[in-house]
Design a protein around this ligand. Structure first.
Ligand SMILES: [Zn+2]
Length: 85
C-alpha cells in the first residue's frame, strides 16, 4: 500500500467497511473495533480519530496493522485454528 493522500484519508475515515476484514467500522477510524482490539495499544491509537492525523502516519499505521494481523493469524492457522476456507 502506498502513502495516503489527505483525500484517501478522508475517504477511509468515512467508509463504513473495515479494509482488513470487511466488517462494519465507525466513522473516523481506520479499522473496525474487532481489528483494533487485536492490536497492541500503541498501534491502535493511530487508527482512531484519523481525520486529525497526518495521512502518512495513518498510512503507516494501517500497513503495520495489516502486517501484524496477517502474521498473527497465519501463525494461528498453522496451528489449526482460525477460519477454515
Ligand atoms: Zn476489521
Amino acid at each position: 500500500m502506498s502513502f495516503f493522500t489527505a483525500d484517501n484519508l478522508l475517504r477511509l475515515a468515512r467508509r463504513q467497511q473495515c479494509p482488513l476484514c470487511t466488517g462494519a467500522k465507525t466513522m473516523d477510524t481506520a479499522l473496525c473495533r474487532r481489528c483494533r482490539q487485536k492490536l497492541p495499544t500503541h498501534m491502535r491509537s493511530n487508527l482512531e480519530g484519523i481525520q486529525r492525523r497526518e495521512p502518512s502516519a495513518v498510512s503507516r499505521a494501517v500497513r503495520q496493522a495489516a502486517q501484524y494481523i496477517d502474521v498473527h493469524f497465519s501463525s494461528i492457522r498453522r496451528f489449526g485454528g482460525g477460519k477454515k476456507r
